[in-house]
Design a protein around this ligand. Structure first.
Ligand SMILES: [Zn+2]
Ligand SMILES: [Zn+2]
Length: 304
């Protein structure tokens, strides 16, 4: 299965299937991704991917500094390197994106909109812990519980409502192009649930957030990372949420949120099969600089 392009780094093991899956949530070594821009460009080309975007974590303000985010001083080099790779990428359209955080009072995707081809807006940090460190909501469940205790008096409903509330604030105040891993917070419901995803209050939070996405006509990301990390049984977001999104005519894009080459298209065929069974017929892709719908089946996307 190894198909090394003439300029591919020799240590690259390619065990990916050739599939026409454009995809726009890929992390590079500028943040916590394991592979360089050049390695990504080579693998995308070898797989015959017609269009893709790299989306390292955007820099965070100093008060929120985290090891997974890009350093501000590297931002310029990041874009320059992607633009250079794109210029020599042959048939591959390679875009320069950023996964940008929204943290009220600190940072928002809009701050990076003029630099990047597109932004993915995600909630990873939901305020500060008692000792002043950022409360990351998608790390360990121990850290999650600590934040709920220190900030929300152990009220999980309040904490989860704040998470979706932050997502809606981002959408309303500083909207990204794509809304990243909408319900990633559900990782804390395994093995033992901390909150009830079937409770009316939870469904209400999700529905309000979907309506906000619809109102701004943003693209909802269908993110497979929880599946291949074995943190969830479904994509982000869950199937019922995707069914509601379909009813609301919300556009979707399929992402792996890959942090290494072999994750590029992880769980795409399965997830596309579920989407197809739900009634989805189109994915939204970035082609010639324009986000547009294209038909897909579980075998791939029909690039036209
Ligand atoms: Zn993320
Ligand atoms: Zn990501």
């Amino acid at each position: 299965v190894v198909d090394k392009g003439c300029d591919a780094p020799s240590n690259l093991k390619i065990y990916l299937h050739k599939k026409m899956w454009p995809t726009y949530h890929l992390h590079t070594s500028y943040c916590d991704g394991k592979n360089t821009v050049a390695e990504w460009a080579a693998v995308l080309r070898q797989n015959g991917v017609p269009a893709a975007g790299l989306s390292s974590h955007a820099p965070l303000p100093e008060a929120l500094a985290r090891p997974w985010a890009m350093k501000s001083s590297n931002l310029e080099a990041y874009f320059a390197e992607i633009r250079q790779a794109a210029a020599t990428a042959d048939k591959l359209q390679l875009y320069a994106g950023l996964e940008a955080d929204y943290v009220a009072g600190f940072t928002a995707p809009g701050a990076f909109a003029h630099l990047a081809d597109y932004t993915i807006g995600s909630i990873h940090i939901l305020g500060l812990l008692a000792d002043g460190t950022p409360w990351e909501v998608d790390m360990s469940t121990t850290l999650f519980k600590r934040g709920v205790q220190e900030i929300f008096d152990l009220d999980y409903c309040k904490a989860v409502c704040a998470y979706f509330g932050a997502t809606r604030d981002m959408i309303g105040l500083s909207p990204p192009v794509l809304v990243g891993h909408l319900d990633k917070i559900k990782i804390h419901n395994r093995p033992d649930p901390l909150f009830d995803e079937t409770a009316p209050w939870y469904r209400e939070q999700v529905m309000e957030t979907l309506h906000a996405i619809r109102e701004k006509d943003l693209i909802l990301e269908v993110n497979t990372r929880g599946l291949y990390q074995n943190k969830t049984d479904t994509a982000y977001p869950s199937r019922w949420i995707l069914e509601e999104a379909l009813r609301l005519n919300i556009r979707i894009a399929l992402s792996s949120d890959a942090h290494r080459l072999e994750e590029l298209h992880a769980w795409f065929a399965e997830t596309a099969g579920w989407l197809e069974a739900m009634g989805y017929r189109e994915l939204t892709v970035l082609k010639d600089g324009v986000w547009q719908p294209m038909p897909f089946t579980k075998s791939g996307l029909k690039w036209t």
